[in-house]
Design a protein around this ligand. Structure first.
Ligand code: CTP
Length: 409
């Protein structure tokens, strides 16, 4: 990632059961070399002991403005911070922040700071959906704080729904995105975004397949950032690394290019934006053997697999859409320069060939893309715009792409 210099990060923790996950958030930041100051509320310490936070952050922990008063910590910590991250934020903490209260060390620090504030809420679905909480969230966003969407899923009891704390690695990634690029805008609110991600697997027989190196990281980063920009997100996922589900997203797992094409065709009409970040295999075995092929078994010979071309999903989507209407269609291109043309020139030719509205061209010359946390390249529009994307985290690249596309959606 491109967060080179160590930053001073305040991790605020409020009193909910998800407080135990804050330990991993603290760890995530310290492992990247950042200096962390944990500020729990009194109630957070009912769930996780002070000693745990002190050991993980390598810093003393204070909850009250009345400890070591001569140090004026509630002023100092907020002033010195580069970033404030609150995880988990309970409904009560959101209410106190919205009111501008300063009745403990954490709320005082938030009032004092000029640093970006990123809030990861966690509470029961009813509390999250309550108009009082939603009004507090809207107010905090209006004031420039990034209130992340909660994850959907199993809550403390047997209930499920929106309100789960995001995974610690999602909180760390998104907080660092906000640190380097500012508050996330809600410009995708009310929009539906479909992202394909990962590589397709084309069956040779029940145990073997043709696949590729795609990790799905760029597609999942786009889905994640889109969700926190307010979109309703669907991810059509081929084979990927183990990645957390983007907040509130519907993830549909697929195997082959044909499966992926079918699922996207079913979803097409509902979407405002479709982003084809998947690495779709260009070919597949003509016949997927029903039983495992054996070495040297004559007819079903593993050394001679006949291939046929897969459908070009992206071109099919462009053909299906009437000119100038929704959805906006974004393609990806993994290119290397060669004797015929540079990577950018190959990208321009591909944009014209595919006919999509935008093309994100990844420069894959230096083995810096597959499975890596960073990416680089250019974003090209059908109208001829070229936005250079210097090497940065896949989340920063995702944001640049989504902000450009959101202007048209
Ligand atoms: N794509 C697709 N269906 C395919 C192959 C690719 O929808 N069968 C999409 C990818 O998701 C990506 C874009 O097309 O958004 C570019 O894929 P790429 O494989 O780089 O393009 P190709 O047309 O296969 O060109 P090349 O000759 O460079 O392989």
């Amino acid at each position: 990632m491109a967060h080179t210099a160590a930053k001073r990060i305040v991790v605020g923790v409020s009193g909910g059961i998800a407080a135990y996950k804050a330990c991993h958030v603290v760890r995530g930041f310290t492992e990247l070399g950042h200096e962390v100051q944990v500020i729990p509320t009194e109630n957070a310490l009912r769930f996780v002991g002070k000693a745990t936070f002190e050991a993980l952050s390598h810093n003393p922990v204070f909850t009250s403005v009345y400890e070591e008063v001569d140090q004026v910590r509630h002023v100092q910590v907020g002033q010195r911070a580069d970033l404030v991250v609150i995880a988990p934020a309970t409904a009560d903490l959101l209410a106190r922040l919205a009111q501008g209260r300063a009745n403990d060390m954490l709320t005082s620090t938030v009032l004092m700071t000029g640093a970006p504030v990123v809030i990861a809420p966690a509470m029961h679905t009813e509390m999250w959906n309550n108009p009082a909480t939603q009004a507090n969230v809207a107010l905090l966003r209006d004031r420039g704080m990034t209130v992340l969407e909660p994850a959907h899923g199993r809550l403390t009891g047997s209930d499920t729904g929106p309100g789960r704390l995001l995974d610690p690695e999602q909180i760390v990634d998104l907080a660092l995105l906000v640190l380097s690029t500012g508050m996330l805008p809600r410009t995708l609110a009310g929009k539906r975004v479909l992202v394909s991600a990962g590589g397709t697997r084309e069956a040779i027989d029940p145990v073997r397949f043709i696949g590729n190196h795609s990790s799905g990281r760029q597609g999942f980063a786009i889905a994640e950032v889109a969700a926190h920009m307010g979109a309703a997100v669907t991810v059509v996922a081929g084979a990927t690394d183990r990645l957390p589900t983007p907040a509130g997203a519907t993830v549909i797992a697929v195997d082959s290019a044909n499966d992926m094409q079918q699922v996207i065709a079913d979803e097409f009409a509902k979407q405002n934006i479709i982003i084809m970040a998947a690495a779709v295999a260009d070919v597949r075995p003509k016949i997927a053997a029903a039983t495992k092929l054996k070495k040297g078994s004559g007819t079903a010979d593993l050394q001679q697999i006949d291939l046929c071309e897969n459908p070009d999903i992206l071109r099919g989507l462009v053909k299906r859409r009437a000119t100038g209407s929704q959805p906006i269609i974004v393609g990806f291109a993994a290119e290397t320069g060669d004797t015929a043309a540079t990577a950018l020139e190959h990208g321009r030719a591909k944009l014209a060939r595919k006919g999509c509205d935008w093309l994100l061209v990844n420069d894959v010359s230096q083995d810096q893309v597959f499975g890596k946390p960073t990416n680089a390249g250019w974003l090209l529009s059908a109208g001829g715009e070229v936005l250079e994307l210097p090497r940065d985290s896949k989340f920063v690249i995702a944001r640049q792409l989504l902000e450009a596309v959101a202007q048209q959606a």
